[in-house]
Write a protein that binds this ligand. Structure first.
Ligand code: PLP
Length: 445
């Protein structure tokens, strides 16, 4: 369960239940046990399982054309999806480069930033700055940009060394500030890194608007991304927003960058784009970048076989239409407030809950051994995993995350249910989570 469960199939050690079907916010296994999917798998299933309209759209697309290569044809669903994304994305991000998932979207952005600077006559600009406590995917370029030490460790010799800057981690501020006296030093850390390496070498800065997979929903200071945009502009550095988890309504707006009115140069999206019905990702690109690729000689040297796949794009269109028709972005915002309220109500006094945070239906809970000192649990205890396993037994699926605290692992869980969740279901979710945390604590005694 969670980030350490990648298995090879026919794995003799895997003892997962076999999924039989999905029903709204529930998954049912072949023995008939129902699980509340309170994290959409890995923050994927945003509209719930087995939505008839999406299934019908896929059948219709299959009846007309299952595949045509994008070097030979465009197709209606990908044109329609690109149009919808241009309407929903922050201003100027009018172009979509379709791929098959989040890592590919990030790789495309990193390479596009490089290609852009080459075309602008500045080929020395190639290095991407990323943050500590970040995750941008598992392919080599995306892994190099991310700051997740244990995912990187064995591949380290294969990863380019890139500068890293401080995370926005208010509960454990790297600058030892409390939020009331914060001057957004973590944003200024980007300027320090740019000047240290030399702006002439830096092509882009990449960041998750709300950090997911390494830290359980770290929300930045409201002024953070505005300052980051200023710094990027000052030094001719492109800003890549990695919205693979936060995009498509997850934080209560179509894109999280809209909370702060900041327009990145590129924006990566995946997970919620087709909500798990078919794999798809996209890099949304600003007009001014695309304008440099407009003639045949300047074609963007990149590509994957399945880009712009008609079935994946048809799923994306159907998911966006469903979200619009049912007002699900507003629901994500409202139910997100309810989720945070309930989490605080149940867990604020829990001796092992250190922090509760989030935006929209994207919430994180951080566990500690000692609330007063904020001392984390010993990593060997695997506390987050104990909570995740106890929840699973109770029929609740949450996403355990190992963050980095002073270079060690920390314990977090992500809670990111489908936007169709009701108030009553949120109540049940939080009750089950509370029980799971208590059970995990019992196993430590
Ligand atoms: N970027 C972010 C912010 C992610 O959270 C993830 C996956 O969790 C990725 C990129 C990689 O996406 P994928 O697993 O689809 O390659």
């Amino acid at each position: 369960m969670g980030e350490e469960t990648n298995v090879f199939y026919r794995n003799p050690f895997a003892d997962y239940p076999m999924v039989a079907r999905g029903e709204g916010i529930y998954l049912v296994d072949t023995k008939g046990k129902r699980y509340m999917d309170a994290c959409g798998g890995a923050v994927v299933s945003s509209i719930g399982h087995s939505v008839r309209e999406v299934v019908e759209a896929l059948k219709t697309q299959l009846d007309s054309c299952e595949f045509a290569h994008t070097s030979q044809f465009t197709n209606r669903p990908q044109e329609a999806l690109a149009g919808l994304l241009a309407e929903l994305a922050p201003g100027g991000l009018n172009h979509a480069y379709f791929v098959s998932g989040g890592s590919e979207a990030v790789e495309s952005a990193i390479k596009m930033a490089r290609a852009y600077w080459v075309q602008m006559g500045r080929p020395e600009k190639w290095m991407v700055i990323g943050r500590e406590q970040s995750y941008h995917g598992n392919t080599l370029g995306a892994l190099a940009a991310g700051g997740n030490p244990w995912r990187r460790a064995i591949y380290e010799p294969m990863l380019y060394q890139r500068p890293r800057v401080a995370p926005c981690y208010c509960y454990r501020c790297p600058f030892k500030k409390d939020p009331a006296h914060c001057a957004i030093e973590c944003a200024d850390d980007l300027e320090r890194a740019i000047l240290e390496v030399g702006p002439e070498k830096i092509s882009a800065f990449i960041a998750e608007p709300v950090v997911g997979a390494t830290a359980g929903a770290l929300v930045p200071h409201d002024g953070y991304f505005r300052r980051i945009r200023e710094i990027c502009d000052r030094y001719d550095v492109l800003l890549i927003a990695d919205e693979v988890m936060t995009g498509m309504g997850r934080t209560g707006k179509w894109f999280a960058m809209r909370h702060w009115g900041v327009v990145p140069d590129m924006l990566c999206v995946a997970k919620g784009l087709a909500a798990g019905y078919v794999p798809i990702g996209a890099t949304l690109v600003h007009d001014r970048i695309v304008d440099t690729f407009t003639n045949r000689r300047n074609v963007f040297q990149h590509g994957h076989t399945y880009m712009g796949h008609p079935l994946a794009a048809a799923a994306g269109v159907a998911v966006i239409n469903y979200i619009k028709e049912h007002n699900l972005v507003d629901k994500s915002a409202k139910m997100g407030e309810e989720l945070l309220r309930r989490l605080h109500e149940h867990l604020d006094d829990h001796p092992h809950v250190g922090d509760i945070r989030g935006k929209g239906l994207f919430a994180g809970v951080e566990f500690v051994a000692d609330r007063a000192t904020r001392e984390p649990f010993e990593p060997e205890l695997g506390f987050k995993q104990l909570v995740g396993e106890a929840a699973f037994k109770l029929g609740l699926i949450i996403y355990p995350m190992a963050g980095t605290i002073d270079g060690r692992r920390g314990d977090h869980v992500l809670i990111a249910p489908p936007f169709i969740i009701t108030k009553a279901q949120i109540g049940r979710l939080v009750e089950l989570l509370h029980k799971a945390i208590d059970k995990a604590c019992d196993t430590l005694r």
